[in-house]
Ligand binder design. Sequence first.
Ligand code: AP5
Ligand code: MG
Ligand code: ZN
Length: 225
Amino acid sequence: MNGEARRYIILFGAQGSGKGTQARLLQDHFGIPQVATGDLFRYNLKEETELGRLAKAYMERGELVPDEVTNAMVQDRLSRTDAQGGAILDGYPRNLNQARALDDMLAEWGARVTQAIYIEVSEAELLRRLTGRRVCRECQATYHVVFNPPREEGVCDRCGGPLYQRDDDKDEVAIRRRLEIYMQETLPVIEYYRRRGVLTTIDGEAPIDDVNRAIVAAIVDRQGP
Ligand code: AP5
Ligand code: MG
Ligand code: ZN
């Protein structure tokens, strides 16, 4: 496939803005995989791999895992067969160093970031969402006890797996730390893509389906269906 036809879509937004929720929907819509660095780290943690052990302490504190580790993991994921048509990047890049690494990676494959979406949500709403979030242990689908409950309490609609609460969502200190780091490290990355003319800002406080429609429209508008 030539580089121009591939879609590399980046979702930006603070913790709890709905990146994971929207990435799932976009994955089904466009037929390219969600690549979520947080999910990949949590998977490695669960499987107790070396990568998981390395990432653990950073994640528990709400801090970023070192860039070399994260970049290598993403490069490996984007090289797999199911990602040859592109990917929906959720939680990556998170600082300018990662953004440059991604540009280099894609340039080597004759591709580039086709669209960056910034999902904007107020801090009060972010806290409400994070404290009520539940995640499927098997497929990582995301729910909310009030805003997006599963059909049966504690059970995933998609795969029947058990739902759990992420450790970093139980600890308000870690939540605030994540939001602080986000402001410092990730806002400059959003600016970087804005200057490049590929950024669209979406109101993330609307209902999930409305946010999804707005994102799909922005993507199709730029690159076609
Ligand atoms: P990561 O897993 O990426 O966590 P995060 O940044 O804290 O982002 P979240 O997953 O919390 O938010 P989200 O936007 O996906 O929200 P969601 O869709 O779930 O990262 C975890 C850790 O891994 C990091 O702290 C770091 O240590 C490490 N890491 C990850 N990437 C890294 C990188 N690139 N470099 C270095 N380290 C990295 O939605 C939240 C809730 O709201 C859900 O309950 C959902 O149901 C609900 N909701 C969603 N949309 C709506 C809506 N429109 N209305 C009402 N409710 C909604
Ligand atoms: Mg997420
Ligand atoms: Zn599931």
